[in-house]
Design a protein around this ligand. Sequence first.
Ligand code: ARG
Length: 393
Amino acid sequence: MKKVVLAYSGGLDTSCIVRWLKERGYEVICFVADLGQGFGQGENFEEIENRALAAGASKVYIRDLQEEFIEDFILPALKANAIYEGKYLLATALGRPLIAKYLVQIAHKEKAQSVAHGCTGKGNDQVRLEVAVGILDPTLEIIAPVRDWEFKSREEEIEYALKYNIPIDVTKKKPYSIDRNLWGVSIEAGILENLEQEPPEDIYLLTKSPTHTASYPKYLEITFAKGVPTKIDGKLFKLKNLINYLNEVGGQFGVGRADMVENRLVGIKSREIYEAPAGTILYTAHKELEALVLDRELAHFKEMVSLKYAELVYYGLWFSALKNALDGFINQTQKLVSGTIKLRLSKGSCVVVGRKSSHSLYKKELSTYGKEDKFDQKLAEGFIKLWGMPYKR
Ligand code: ARG
């Protein structure tokens, strides 16, 4: 019998896919990746496993990949300050190559010839998963049932599920498409497709409305060692706890929302709402620390690399040679990115209010206008003459 490993979420689509693949002669093995999507809402993996089995899966793999997600995907993106089109911290995009990696790994273990996913034919995620799988093992067949199957509406799918006793939870479903993990939430569809409409408050999962947060601010000190966040307010944190904690407090103060119209890979513009409290706080602090310790040329060059890095992540090219090479550059830049940044969270904003680092290139005796000034102003005259010389006719 042909075997297929399916990236399974427990939702309606992937549950119907289990049955659909079985009807086409496949033994279906489900793989559920825990990337922290359950934080705060008690995602129940036992329930998901039972649902997969009831839908017809022969076996279910549930893997807690949170540590690997942080170490190998979130941290590199943070060190790179990777942001797509100025707003998106790439939570969904960063998770896909990791899921692809395990689809391939489990396929090898199970001696399966195929992998499958539940992405639609209009999105970026199909591209990310399939390009990654193709790089890791080009011999695997990739099946994308949602692109091919006969159902024309959600109702038809529900009918199919009911007919074959596929367990689904229709009541829980909001009229949005939501993707969530440790690094953030992506929300689209439904009334959000109307660009003139402000997003309704009830779509948000992590953040309070900035208009309803406390009237007082919250101060935080984030310490980094070589580009990696290690402490909050002087207290050592494991990375997973640090991210969860910052999602919690950031969310309390309404920090990390973005409402965005973005350019998708498949050529269309789409509107998505993002929440990334921890990411927003950490990016703000990390960038500020870099402003202190990186010299001008390195800092400016790194900004260009950030743009390219974000594109590569968004475009599904995580396992490409260029992305790999850029990691080498970025890691080199992080050697002196150690120090502490003080932030103030208030009413949806996150601003830097203090910074210190033993590697700081800021020299008060040079920048001061006070009497301890050591800057030799006479040198400026010659500098300006030479600097402007090429432009004189
Ligand atoms: N637009 C984002 C991306 O391409 C998120 C995609 C998934 N969004 C969702 N609501 N299911 O990375």
